[in-house]
Design a protein around this ligand. Sequence first.
Ligand code: PMP
Length: 412
Amino acid sequence: MHQIATRAVDWHAIREDFPILRERAHGHPLIYFDSAATSQKPRAVIDALRRYYEHENANVHRGLHELSSRATEAYEKARQRVATYLGATDAEEIVFTRGTTESINLVAQAWGGKFIRAGDVILLTEMEHHSNLVPWQLLAERTGARLRFVPVLDDGTLDLEQLASLLTGEVKIFAFTHISNSLGTINPVSELCQKARAVGALTLVDGAQSAGHLPINVEELGCDFLAFSGHKMCGPTGIGGLYARAEILDSIPPWHGGGEMIVSVTLEKSAFKKAPHRFEAGTPNIAGAVGLAAAIDYIEQLGRPAIFEHDSNLANYATQRLSELPGMHIFGPTKQRGALVGFVMDAAHPHDLTTFADQYGLALRGGHHCNQPLMRRFGVPGTTRASFYFYNTTEEIDQMIEILSAAVRFFS
Ligand code: PMP
């Protein structure tokens, strides 16, 4: 009945690559619609972690022995893999971090600590995740800088008409999300970066929801920073990265002090390594980086354009089917959206709906999704969110509709 276009990739077959998708929840086959929070991991990534620990594990950059060389090589190869994946010119433009949150904190604290002064403006948007809001609030409090916000329109897109009056010469950095984790909005990144550059502002793109879902080329986007998390793109938790344009990264002082980031240390003073190592104090998440590289290989094998098309089809199909339910309010753009749909149903509070769905093995997410100001903007305490990845199917969406229909009957 509801047909979607299919590509050369057999999306049903690739489910076999994800052992966890065979799990049952409360006695039902698992339907995992919470990939915007964290994605599931293919066997290729799980195997890469095992292989690393069985054959390569040692500390990096320090040891003069065979295993240390293997670990260092694997870690630095992973950095190169990330750079190529993001279209960065040089692997040295990639700093490994714990993920998007840590990457943004690095920029706010280390770059912001040096370059932001009282009266400067930090431009954000109303749709930012707390990760791209709180670090800037802390910086503004510390420095006396001011925060400004691009408003969100009722259709979930940014109010670009207001941008001209907000993006003035006082703006030092414009930090915004690529894809909204609550609305699914895909922001026009290159246009925003171009406009920021025209007034001399740097740009930071929060790529948490985009890095694993669509082709990204930082050179083409024209951004200065891009933050992302490995765990949302088939990689392990605790690893992610920050892309920063070379000349900018070189101008940033260290933020965490410790081993690995120094050239020499006396009791009083230290000299620091060049970027990116200057920003990676202590033993890094070596296995995580190896797992992330394996995740990138896996994603690239499917192809990001194909993943994006499949994601979009799922999101459009879900939006259409959800809108058939009574008392349904869907948030976000009606046309192009990322792989998620946020909604509120008259029948039940998002938490009750999510708990009901869980009883049928359906993993949704209910709440503010770390978007409290955005929820306030739309006058709701929270939403229910179904978020998809390439291992999801339209059949699963049909099952979600059946479960939500049962919820309407149950709560009415
Ligand atoms: N930004 C956005 C848009 C997100 O969706 C998330 C994760 N929900 C983050 C930032 C934070 O990512 P992490 O928790 O992996 O640091």
